[in-house]
Design a binder for this molecule. Structure first.
Ligand code: IFM
Length: 492
């Protein structure tokens, strides 16, 4: 453990627990111009869109094993077809260009590059991503490349997957293979996507691949993912002069349900578990002492066998930017620990009327603004990129063949306004990548939740740009948010 933990009063000032009003925010008469060069993009990941799981020598990933478990995925779906993007990659590039996006975040499927986890590199996998990147560059689109977006080669489970320390070397081989091939054309690199979600859903709760339920394994997995970031970043920096390397964290602002000091302590504890456990070591402050103690108490022993002396120095100081994945906040109350509750807090959710997505996630754009300003204050000098932000709205094509997803438009405008406010107040935000370009395979929730700016008819493969996609295209083209309710007209 290293670094001086910040006290709650310094780092987490209480904020009012007010419900947002996106409709009001969306109609506020403001014209906001974003900085020149701001990256306007959308994001996806390989397993969620590609399909073609056996093409070009791809190996098996942990998600094939997990999706085969009865009941693991709602509706029983898997990634075998998804959006068919591996075969139809040029369709996707056309779509990105047609929308006028200036950046596209995608992930390289780990199992396509190292089918057996270590050793042999599959050239055909690299050829595919090279073609894809070249096509983006030809269209003036900046590639933002993610290495690990959860599709670890199954072979690495022989040593526990991310719970085993050998995963760090395996991941570094992956980073080296991709950097050697694509380093001359990709400038923005994301090593890991959402370490907390990997640790939580993959290794603590067993709700994502590889389906492990073990708190100690989850601490190990989270730590090895961070060590992988450090080693991967070093490998990329050595090979790619000027590369901008970061890690994308899923950050959830944690607000107390009441002003009771116990709820405030619960919110701070939850912030340690979700946010600071990853932010602090990545950005050079070492693991936070308060959360270290929570883990020791919950595990009934020390962490020194997992987090070795000197490890913090292998993680921190290597991030050229921070990827911010923001969806919603957590409203927290104090709770007794117990067999299913390792820590003394629980999510209670907001009280009163709130705006929610179709997945029930509270829509809170102000929390994004506050989060960006907090990051700017607590980790100064680290540029921020919104690497994911979006919501589930189930709108489908209507009689006119269009998708009138007004609530996604309100979501988008509300969050972009929050980003603009954070920039106005001094935060260094370099881009916004909406999750997602396409409706896609939402992991254990299958194909039901729809996050796309573009609707996917999975049966026919037909794509329809939603009204939100048209609105976003106009924003990307002008760099400006609309002054009032946006007129929606198809482009082209
Ligand atoms: O679809 C996921 C993505 O893979 C990681 N971040 C959250 C998204 C929505 O749940």
């Amino acid at each position: 453990m290293s670094g001086t933990p910040r006290r709650p009063a310094e780092a987490d000032p209480p904020r009012p627990n007010a419900a947002p009003d996106t409709a009001e925010a969306a109609s506020r008469p403001v014209l906001t111009t974003f900085p020149p060069g701001f990256l306007w993009g959308a994001a996806t990941s390989a397993y969620q869109i590609e399909g073609s799981l056996h093409a070009d020598g791809r190996g098996r990933s942990v998600w094939e094993t997990f999706t085969a478990r009865p009941g693991a995925v709602e509706g029983g779906g898997d990634g075998s077809r998804a959006c068919d993007s591996y075969r139809q990659w040029s369709r996707d590039v056309d779509l990105i260009a047609q929308l006028g996006l200036t950046a596209y975040r995608f992930s390289v499927s780990w199992a396509r590059i190292l089918p057996t986890g270590q050793g042999r590199v599959e050239r055909r996998g690299l050829d595919h991503y090279e073609r894809f990147v070249d096509a983006l560059l030809d269209r003036g689109v900046t590639p933002v490349l993610t290495l690990n977006h959860w599709d670890m080669p199954e072979a690495l489970m022989a040593d526990g997957g991310w719970a085993g320390r050998s995963s760090v070397d395996a991941f570094t081989e992956f980073a080296v293979a991709v950097a050697d091939r694509l380093g001359d054309r990709v400038g923005w690199w994301i090593t890991q996507n959402e370490p907390w979600i990997i640790a939580l859903l993959g290794y603590q709760l067993g709700l994502h691949a590889p389906g492990v339920r073990d708190l100690r394994a989850s601490v190990a997995a989270g730590h090895h993912v961070l060590l992988g970031h450090g080693a991967g970043a070093d490998a990329i920096h050595e090979r790619v002069p000027g590369a901008k390397v970061g890690c994308a964290l899923s950050l959830f602002p944690c607000d107390p349900a009441t002003d009771d000091p116990r709820d405030r302590a619960a919110a701070w504890g939850s912030d340690g578990y979700v946010n600071r456990w990853y932010l602090d070591p990545l950005l050079g402050a070492g693991y936070p002492a308060d959360m270290w103690q929570h883990y020791e108490r919950a595990l009934g022993g020390g962490l020194d066998d997992i987090i070795r002396p000197g490890d913090a120095a292998l993680i921190g100081g290597r991030s050229d930017f921070l990827g911010v994945n923001y969806y919603t906040r957590r409203v927290m109350a104090a709770a007794e620990t117990g067999p299913d509750r390792p820590f003394p807090w629980r999510v209670v959710g907001p009280s009163g009327d709130t705006v929610r997505t179709d997945e029930g996630w509270e829509v809170v754009p102000d929390s994004l603004r506050d989060l960006l300003l907090r990051l700017h204050r607590d980790y100064p000098g680290v540029p921020l990129m919104i690497t994911e932000n979006g919501g589930v709205y189930g709108d489908a094509p209507t009689h006119d063949g269009r998708v009138h997803d007004q609530r996604r438009i309100a979501f988008l405008l509300g969050h972009l306004r929050a980003v603009a406010e954070a920039i106005d107040a001094g935060a260094d935000v370099v881009g916004y990548l909406h999750w997602s370009l396409l409706d896609n395979f939402e992991w254990a929730l299958g194909y039901r939740p729809r996050f796309g700016l573009v609707h996917v008819d999975y049966a026919s493969g037909r794509l329809t740009v939603k009204d939100s996609g048209h609105v976003y295209a106009r924003i990307a083209a002008t760099g400006q948010l609309p002054a009032a309710g946006p007129a929606v007209a198809p482009f082209g």
